[in-house]
Design a binder for this molecule. Structure first.
Ligand code: ZN
Length: 284
């Protein structure tokens, strides 16, 4: 009994290391996502046949205006557990991780570097964007989308939504849905609350907008001062927490972009694949 509780506390502490803040203005946030240790919900029955998750073709550089990365018909190969981890549907490989980059779009050089590295590893990722950044840099949102990145909603202002009224939450989520839809012609299907802080209202509002709500299960701590300008720290933090179905939180930061090639190489060397976000089941 005591051993079990020690394990649960240790697991909670590990996840508690994670937080989600902006790389610049935000203060360091040590928040604990809910349901860090919980039972898996029942498995969905609609297991597809074995179909490759990701299109193997490398993205063309911006030349083609219609790369159609929406892939609405992509077969669903993973579902998310209550601990925000990914569980295979059918015969999808268990050793797979989701890559995510929050708080952009800010900087063309960083985004291009991240996208280039993802292409080199045939990996896809979710870019959780803030609406005010999208309004500042609409061309960067289009760049991410046109190169095959999946756009996620990370609220308009990157504020703590946990104790906000429903109207505020609705405004924060719907403005991003509208902006992204206006720019790329489709709305985000994934939502991650700033600082990992959300309650029932936030979860319900995300669901109303057809989005899958998630925090993360593997925090890179790339936003923490201990990782600033230190790609090797980002790599170490992720590798120490690597687990099947890991939901890896990173940010659009220069040292994370610098870490990415070696990080993905190490993840692959451990036998993991990268989950194509378009193959994640949205309904629960
Ligand atoms: Zn954030």
């Amino acid at each position: 009994m005591r051993k079990k509780w020690t394990y649960i506390i240790a697991a909670a502490m590990l996840i508690g290391l994670a937080g989600c803040s902006g790389g610049d203005a935000d203060s360091v946030s040590i928040t604990t996502p809910q349901a860090a240790v919980s039972a898996e919900p029942t498995r969905q029955a609609d297991a597809p046949a074995s179909v490759p998750a990701a299109s193997p073709s490398p993205s063309e550089p911006a030349a083609s205006p219609s790369p159609s990365p929406t892939a609405e018909e992509a077969p669903k190969r993973y579902r998310m557990s209550e601990a925000y981890r990914f569980v295979p549907i059918g015969d999808a490989p268990k050793k797979a991780v989701l890559l995510t980059f929050d708080d952009g779009p800010k900087d063309k050089e960083i985004i291009t570097s991240i996208l280039d590295t993802l292409d080199q590893h045939k990996a896809k990722a979710i870019f959780f964007v803030n609406g005010y950044r999208v309004d500042q840099n609409p061309e960067l949102l289009k760049l991410i989308f046109e190169r095959g990145g999946t756009i996620g909603n990370h609220s308009y202002d990157h504020i703590n939504l946990k104790n906000e009224d429903e109207a505020v939450v609705e405004d924060q989520l719907s403005r991003v849905q509208r902006s992204v839809d206006d720019l790329v012609g489709s709305k985000p299907k994934f939502f991650r609350p700033p600082f990992g802080a959300g309650g029932d209202t936030v979860k319900k509002t995300a669901k109303n907008h057809g989005m899958l709500y998630m925090t993360w299960s593997n925090g890179s701590l790339d936003w923490d001062s201990s990782a600033r300008d230190k790609p090797e720290v980002v790599i170490r933090n992720v590798m120490e927490q690597l687990h099947p179905g890991a939901n890896i939180l990173m940010h659009e930061l220069p040292w994370t972009a610098d870490a990415l090639d070696e990080l993905l190489t190490k993840i692959e060397a451990e036998g993991y694949l990268f989950i194509d976000p378009e193959t994640i089941a949205i309904t629960d």
